[in-house]
Design a protein around this ligand. Structure first.
Ligand SMILES: N[C@@H](CCC(=O)N[C@@H](CS)C(=O)NCC(=O)O)C(=O)O
Length: 99
């Protein structure tokens, strides 16, 4: 999303490192630190990025039906896909499906 929006960013692959755990206490990705403001969880991050860097763009529709469609796919990605992927052996995580 950052690349789509043309926002410069740096990545840090050490998601269990003490510095990263200050931003993301559960040690999960994604998490961002935007000018000192830390934020975790993909859906929250996606909406924050669009509202901050692309306000009024097509990425976050205001039409109720289009907004509902967006929320539907965000929900599917966050809730249904991880549970479905749990049944695919090579996608299985040691801690169980994401909830
Ligand atoms: N609800 C969180 C889920 C975050 C999550 O489970 N991330 C996984 C990767 S998709 C992770 O960090 N796995 C590394 C680990 O468990 O150590 C979100 O949507 O951001």
């Amino acid at each position: 999303m950052l690349a789509f929006l043309g926002v410069a960013y740096e990545t840090n692959g050490a998601h269990k490192a003490p510095e990263y755990l200050k931003i993301s206490p559960f040690g999960l990705v994604p998490a961002i630190n935007d000018g000192g403001d830390a934020l975790t969880d993909s859906n929250a991050i996606l909406i924050y990025l669009v509202q901050t860097y692309a306000k009024g763009s097509h990425w976050l529709p205001t039409d109720p039906k289009e907004a509902a469609e967006l929320r539907r796919w965000l929900t599917i990605a966050a809730c249904r896909l991880p549970v479905r992927l749990w049944h695919v052996p090579h996608c299985r995580r040691s801690k169980g499906p994401m909830t």
